[in-house]
Design a protein around this ligand. Structure first.
Ligand code: AHR
Length: 512
């Protein structure tokens, strides 16, 4: 054999046989995956509320309860939506909740200045939202107006929603408006994007404003303790997190927010459906950045809160593209393809794996806006690929996270690479283990060898979400182009599991 020949051959053959490997540490579960990681977000924006959730109490065509679409409620119940953030977003810091209660025809209208200057008639307000959450079985997360409101206004909202009957003029007003008893409202946001549409504040200033608002948000008379969430950083603004952790008294907050969207370029976001592999790759790169953001923001929080008593609430996340051609540019209506399924699967794996700090996340947004799980058109409703991922993954809600060590092949495009495989696992209250796997590679199937430590499983079954083209989506004409199917490409033999994942697919396995 000629000198110099053997090494390259060895290298090439090693490379060819490089295999995705996962170690499932089935006996190392410690942290609970808070179900609120599977939370959603509904803003008064485009057709999220009006036309999405709410069609008005006099609608004769679409079945509803007090104006809330029953088809939407039925679909969302299957998702097990744990928490719903409302009324914004940027809208929240322009919203005056008192305009949205009482007799509907007497409620004043306003202009929705952030989202198209359309008329907001306030017909869907606090009572409608909180009653709808009860119908849905979801916990409400009210986002308070700190940007243009007053501490008194927010303090009154807490009283109206949570204080016992007969305890103040606010609760008398609630009774007059048809609701004698309080609702269960634990989660309260103090402003939204205070660094931007919520007032363009510097973090040092916001920290003071926060302390002032938080002081007057009391529910001492109520056994439900409120949970206060500070308006958090945008993306990699670590200074924002550092200052809040330093300046907010520990007894005045429970979580810091974080917003991160998977956007290619804010000036050129690209089509939601007609995109190239380069655009897909860049979107996934932005989506996977979530892991670095969570790790780095958490590391800052660790310095001040090593016991992880305070949570990171990623209260806006998802893909953001150009609006669908022919739709209002301010309504942020976009279609939802297999690319979005990849964002959802990979991001939820990140949140699951970091559930010691991430205790809530809210996909933006639930219906007809950005990475929606439901799209509606008049009386029609379709479920998006993102819906199906959220439904497949809901087995992780409140389960014990099982750590996974992942060695992944690379998804290569030009000179750039991303890990092709992402995974997370959990054990539910009945002792059943679930592993969620995503192969983001647009071209190659990936075989994954899973070594199981600390459990002796007898059976494996699973479901897969896949399609022939990454650009495929469910339309009103063809609503079931992409739906989960049963998955048979997982072979269990002793403590080894071998799984073959098609390109751009999401698989959830059940091990018993
Ligand atoms: O989700 C759309 C908008 O994105 C929200 O209103 C705002 O908080 C964010 O910038």
């Amino acid at each position: 054999m000629k000198k110099g020949f053997f090494l390259p051959v060895l290298f090439i053959s090693l490379f060819a046989f490089t295999q995705n490997t996962i170690v499932l540490n089935a006996d190392k579960g410690k942290d609970i995956i808070n179900k609120n990681i599977y939370g959603h977000f509904a803003e008064h924006l485009g057709h999220c509320i009006y036309g999405g959730f709410y069609v008005g109490d006099s609608n004769k065509i679409i079945p509803h309860k007090d104006g809330v679409r029953l088809d939407v409620i039925e679909a969302l119940k299957k998702l097990k939506v744990p928490v719903l953030r409302w009324p914004g977003g940027c809208f929240a810091d322009t919203y005056h909740w008192k305009d949205g209660v009482g007799v509907k025809k007497e409620r004043p209208s306003m202009l929705n200045v952030w989202w198209g200057n359309v008329k907001e008639d306030n017909s869907f307000g606090t009572n409608e939202f909180l009653n709808m959450c009860e119908l849905l079985g979801a916990e409400p997360y009210l986002s308070g107006n700190v940007g243009s409101g007053t501490p008194q206004e927010l303090s009154d909202w807490v009283k109206y929603a949570t204080h016992p009957n007969g305890s103040s003029p606010m609760t008398d007003w609630r009774q007059k408006n048809g609701r004698p008893n309080s609702w269960h409202v634990k989660f309260w946001g103090l402003g939204n994007e205070a660094w931007g549409c919520g007032g363009n504040m510097k973090v040092e200033y916001y920290a003071n404003v926060y302390r002032q608002y938080a002081t007057f948000m009391t529910n001492w008379n109520n056994s439900d303790r409120i949970y206060r969430i500070a308006s958090g950083a945008s993306d990699a603004d670590y200074h924002w997190t550092e200052v809040l952790m330093k300046e907010l008294p520990a007894n005045m907050f429970d979580a810091l927010g974080l917003h991160h969207y998977s956007v290619i370029d804010w000036g050129k976001k690209g089509s939601a459906t007609n995109f190239s592999e380069e655009e897909y790759f860049t979107t996934m790169k932005r989506a996977l950045l979530m892991e670095e953001l969570v790790i780095k923001h958490s590391a800052i929080m660790d310095k001040y809160d090593p016991q992880k008593k305070k949570a990171l609430a990623v209260d806006e996340w998802g893909g953001w593209y150009d609006v669908e051609p022919g739709t209002n540019g301010a309504f942020l209506f976009q279609q939802n393809t297999m690319r979005d399924a990849m964002i959802a699967g990979a991001t939820l794996n990140i949140f699951n794996n970091h559930c010691d700090r991430v205790k809530m996340a809210n996909l933006a947004q639930i219906i007809n806006v950005l990475q929606a799980v439901i799209l509606t058109k008049d009386e029609k409703l379709i479920l998006t690929p993102t819906y199906h991922v959220m439904e497949m993954y809901n087995v992780h809600q409140d389960a014990t996270m099982l750590p996974v060590d992942v060695i992944s092949n690379k998804y290569i495009l030009g000179k750039d690479t991303l890990n092709a495989i992402s995974a997370s696992a959990s054990k539910d209250k009945n002792g059943v283990t679930h592993i969620s796997l995503v192969n983001i590679d647009a071209n190659k199937a990936q075989t994954v060898s899973i070594n199981i430590n600390g459990a002796d499983y007898k059976t494996v079954s699973g479901r897969i979400l896949r399609s022939d083209k990454i650009q495929n989506y469910n339309s009103f004409e063809k609503p079931t182009t992409i739906v989960p199917a049963s998955f048979t490409d997982a072979k269990l033999s002793g403590n080894k599991l071998e799984v073959k994942l098609p390109p751009f697919s999401v698989v959830v396995l059940e091990l018993k």
